[in-house]
Design a binder for this molecule. Structure first.
Ligand SMILES: Nc1ncnc2c1ncn2[C@@H]1O[C@H](COP(=O)(O)OP(=O)(O)OP(=O)(O)O)[C@@H](O)[C@H]1O
Ligand SMILES: [Mg+2]
Length: 142
């Protein structure tokens, strides 16, 4: 059997399974992102919530449809941004360093997909006009 082609971790199944990963609620998941902001030396962290009105069968209701965490920390180079949404990857892995809040390279992707099916990360270090962007869309991996 070719273990490269027959991966032990088939991405489309693993990502769906990992959505049920133990974050108690949205607040706990958002805290994971705020931890990252603090770790990146942010002085300000903003939580932006996007609500939309939806018509249910008998009534209209407002639902939280988008959440964004915005910080003014160090930002990420394109290389680091490329790792940010990889499960188990990051710049603070246990083998590299034992201080600080981050350790496993799991917080950002795991907390995000526990709450939503699409996560986008935008970052810039040299002006917003030079922003880079990565995303993970659970439905695209099916
Ligand atoms: N707000 C941010 N500002 C700058 N870099 C960030 C930010 N969020 C994430 N990163 C980068 O993305 C990497 C991955 O983040 P992630 O939360 O997945 O892992 P971690 O913080 O290293 O460890 P843990 O699993 O314990 O949270 C981080 O190591 C960091 O380099
Ligand atoms: Mg983290």
């Amino acid at each position: 059997m070719n273990l490269v082609e027959n991966s032990y971790v088939p991405a489309h199944l693993a990502i769906e399974a990992m959505r049920d990963n133990g974050y108690k609620n949205t607040a706990y998941a958002v805290c994971e992102l705020i931890d990252n902001s603090i770790q990146a030396n942010a002085k300000h962290v903003q939580l932006l919530c996007g609500e939309a009105e939806r018509q249910l069968s008998t009534r209209k209701t407002s639902r939280l449809e988008q959440i964004a965490v915005l910080d003014d920390g160090d930002g990420m180079s394109p290389e680091i941004l490329g790792m940010a949404l990889q499960f188990g990857n990051g710049t603070r892995l246990k083998r590299d360093q034992r201080t600080g809040i981050g350790r496993f390279g799991m917080g950002l992707p795991a907390s995000s997909i526990s709450q939503c099916k699409r996560v986008e990360v935008w970052s810039w270090q040299d002006g917003i006009e030079n922003a880079f962007h990565v995303y993970l869309d659970v439905d695209e991996k099916k």
